[in-house]
Design a protein around this ligand. Structure first.
Ligand SMILES: CC(C)(COP(=O)(O)OP(=O)(O)OC[C@H]1O[C@@H](n2cnc3c(N)ncnc32)[C@H](O)[C@@H]1OP(=O)(O)O)[C@@H](O)C(=O)NCCC(=O)NCCS
Length: 217
């Protein structure tokens, strides 16, 4: 992975990254804690990405089993619109997946690592060609600050060579906007799939699609 630093707070361009070969190193770099994935596009058989310094004090973490209590605390503070098929509270389902090792948690910590404020989990499917994103949540007191978008940008860079899939429900504007921003499109709908009669939307994203975290000015 080719990394270059320029003066000031930005690293430019920063990273020429070959996902299939250098995923572990990119994950380690993102875990070091003070970088935000700003944009990424295909380049020279890999990805050219800009990572900028984070001034917010939030810390990105690929979560291990030790984080389970933090995940539980956050999950219990968040409400989801249940599917008609859900037989258990969402926190039970989320923690079952997290403990199984098939779902990996990615989170943002505040307060010097004491509070998990935003979280998503993902699973690698189709022999490593597709990522399914499962639960996404931001603590109610930390919403509308771009935190879920920041988590998505990190995951999309790390698995730039993968397709992505996720589902949400039709009235979930915040989630839909975040997904639309990163080039997810609806490919299927399941009517009356939620306890209030709402439709579930299934979205996909093509591998190697470019993205930027912020809207251009
Ligand atoms: C959905 C959720 C994860 C979004 O988290 P967040 O960190 O607040 O999201 P962000 O700040 O990154 O914003 C994402 C997008 O939603 C927009 N947004 C944020 N709050 C919004 C709101 N209340 N209404 C409409 N849009 C909103 C943002 O402007 C942004 O869109 P943009 O790219 O057009 O600017 C959060 O609201 C949540 O935890 N909801 C409950 C659980 C849930 O529904 N999870 C998703 C299930 S798939």
């Amino acid at each position: 992975m080719n990394t270059s630093r320029s003066a000031g707070t930005s690293l430019r361009p920063t990273h020429l990254f070959r996902p299939a070969l250098e995923r572990d190193r990119m994950q380690a770099l993102l875990s070091e804690g003070d970088l935000i994935v700003s944009d990424a596009e295909e380049s020279e058989g890999g990805v050219a990405a800009n990572l900028i310094r984070d001034e917010s004090g939030l810390r990105l973490a690929f979560l291990t089993s030790e984080a389970e209590l933090h995940v539980q605390e956050l999950s219990e503070a968040v409400r989801f619109l249940p599917k008609v098929t859900w037989r258990l509270p969402h926190t039970d389902m989320l923690l079952t997946g997290f403990r199984s090792g098939r779902w990996h948690g990615l989170g943002l910590y505040a307060s010097e690592g004491k509070q998990l404020v935003s979280y998503l989990d993902y699973s690698v499917k189709l022999e490593g060609q597709e990522i399914e994103i499962g639960f996404c949540m931001t603590h109610p007191e930390w919403r509308s600050r771009g935190l879920v978008k920041r988590l998505l940008a990190s995951l999309l860079l790390l698995y730039f060579d993968h397709t992505f899939r996720i589902s949400t429900h039709e009235s979930n504007l915040a989630m839909s906007r975040a997904l639309e921003h990163f080039g997810f499109t609806v490919n299927a709908r399941l009517p009356r799939d939620r306890i209030n009669g709402e439709t579930t939307l299934y979205l996909i994203r093509k591998a190697a699609s470019p993205f930027t975290l912020a809207e251009p000015n």
